[in-house]
Design a protein around this ligand. Structure first.
Ligand code: NDP
Length: 488
């Protein structure tokens, strides 16, 4: 019988109110490997009620030391048992085992960081510069927070929301993507005897059913969303109707600029990692290569040679370099965008088609693709593919490089490759993006904020203000002298 993943509410697994299930397809085989609950507004109501009760517990709401202990326990548990999550995640979204192992083995660290940060939170005195009165800043939890996540790295994305939200004294209701929900449900189940009931709830299902119900719930006071620009815009519209704050972590069309003086071997590794390592299914995918005309031809030739050496195959195998695209709609989207690019006259330098992999004929494999003759009006230059597709354009002046880099509605990340650090920093200052990497690409760290400008969203995750993003500021004023008679 097909394995079923139920909702996780108030510390236990619960079948969906609808009694309806959604097939989860293994993208390497194209076959159903599990089913997830099709949640609805009733399941969301239960989850929110349970989260509300948990968030109101005195110790949880007012005691950062207690919260710190629970977060440490979560981190320790994940350190010991993260292996159990690896295969589930791969069955769900086809990510390569080497990548998933690295993500899962580091999962506990996200929680540990916020365990420490929670214990270190201090009252901040406000410098009013007034006689007879002082003030301090109190930070109060929202209570119940909604976390809506994408399918590419479900547990890492969830950690960036759940860990700081818990550290700030909230309880969460998570809605993972319908295409990759199983690992999030299993994660909550795994922690069921570590985390007090109700602090972490998971309701699976469709965005317009479960996601909307979470955002519309009066008791959910804040929503943190990771997903597409279209999804984010809808979420923000619904949230606005309810006067509810949202953090939006959306897509990108991130440029990588390679200058003539770059260490080319280093740059090649950075470009390959940026766009082909996760099949381009990374929010910071470096999907636009902007390279000096004098080195463009040879650089692209070397990229092509590298691509020819990559091994397609089973994402569960350590030898595999390229696994499948994570789900059928995304597979279709990538191929249709490549097709439309061809029709618009864009030149295919490498790849450009689906790939049939022996033993995995039903899988959603796409050849890593390099495109030239791209212009600013081409859809493939303007819109996020979220697939292994690299657009290449040349430049001759520094100003042209900057203008091409900023020639996008998005602004999530960018890469700059030049051995002249001072020059690279000057260019970095001119790039519209939430993150700029110089002679490096794609790393994330709990201390560095993640987020975008323009249509890549607003608000930040991680970084120094991560917990504060899940708390509200309250100014407490203390009168230290008698109030004067106002009419005296
Ligand atoms: P989607 O926007 O399609 O979905 C994201 C999540 O939102 C899913 O759980 C989805 O549910 C839900 N959702 C969709 N519409 C609504 C709605 N109207 N109301 C409430 N919830 C809704 O994005 P994808 O899952 O396709 O993820 C890929 C995108 O995520 C890419 O654009 C990528 O760049 C971005 N991303 C951004 C990151 C960042 O940090 N900036 C990190 C990772 C990815 P459903 O199950 O129905 O799909």
């Amino acid at each position: 019988m097909t394995r079923r993943f139920q909702n996780f509410i108030n510390g236990r697994c619960i079948p969906p109110n609808s009694n309806d299930w959604i097939d989860s397809v293994n993208p390497a085989t194209g076959e159903v490997w599990a089913q997830i609950a099709r949640g609805n507004v009733v399941d969301v109501r239960l989850a929110v009620e349970s989260a509300k009760r948990a968030s109101e517990q005195h110790d949880w709401r007012y005691n950062p030391t207690y919260r710190s202990k629970i977060l440490h326990d979560i981190a320790d548990r994940l350190d010991r048992e993260h292996q159990k999550l690896i295969e589930i995640e791969i069955n769900d979204n086809g990510k390569r085992v080497r990548e998933v192992k690295a993500q899962m083995s580091g999962l506990g660290d996200w929680y540990r960081h916020f365990a420490v940060a929670s214990a270190q939170m201090e009252v901040e005195n406000l410098n009013l510069n007034l006689d007879g009165v002082s003030a301090y800043l109190d930070l109060i939890p929202y209570g119940v927070v909604g976390a809506i996540t994408a399918w590419n790295s479900p547990l890492m994305i969830a950690a960036w929301k759940v860990a700081p939200a818990l550290a700030g004294g909230n309880a969460v209701v998570i809605k993972p993507s319908e295409f990759a929900s199983a690992s999030t449900v299993f994660f909550a189940e795994l922690l069921s005897d570590t985390v007090p009931d109700g602090l972490i709830n998971v309701v699976t299902g469709y965005g317009d059913e479960v996601g909307t119900a979470i955002i519309e719930s009066d008791e959910v006071k804040k929503v943190s969303f990771t997903g597409s620009e279209i999804g984010g815009s809808r979420v923000a519209t619904t949230a606005a109707k309810h006067v509810k704050p949202v953090t939006l972590e959306l897509g990108g069309k991130s440029p990588q600029i390679v200058f003539r003086d770059a260490d080319l071997e280093n740059a090649i590794n950075g470009i390959m990692s940026g766009i082909f390592l996760s099949n381009g299914q990374s929010c910071v995918a470096g999907s636009r290569l902007i390279i000096h005309d004098e080195i463009k031809h040879s650089f692209v030739g070397r990229l092509k040679e590298k691509l020819e050496q990559l091994q397609f195959g089973d994402p569960l195998s350590e030898d595999t370099d390229i696994g499948p695209i994570a789900n059928k709609p995304q597979f279709d989207k990538v191929l249709s965008m490549i097709d439309r690019a061809k029709q618009e006259g864009v030149k295919i330098i490498a790849g450009g088609s689906k790939k049939v992999v022996s033993g995995f004929e039903g899988g959603f494999f796409v050849e890593p693709t390099i495109l030239e003759n791209v212009s600013s009006s081409n859809e493939i230059w303007r819109h996020e593919v979220f697939g292994p597709v690299l657009c290449v354009r040349g430049f001759s002046t520094d100003d042209e490089a900057v203008s091409l880099a900023n020639d996008t509605d998005y602004g999530l990340a960018a890469g700059i490759w030049s051995v002249d650090e001072k020059f690279a920093n000057k260019i970095a200052a001119k790039i519209d993006a939430g993150t700029v990497y110089i002679n490096h690409y794609r790393s994330v760290n709990v201390c560095a904020p993640v987020g975008g400008v323009k249509k890549s969203g607003y608000g930040r995750e991680l970084g120094p203000n991560a917990i504060r993003d899940f708390m509200q500021e309250k100014a407490i004023w203390l009168g230290e002298a008698a109030m004067p008679d106002p009419f005296g």
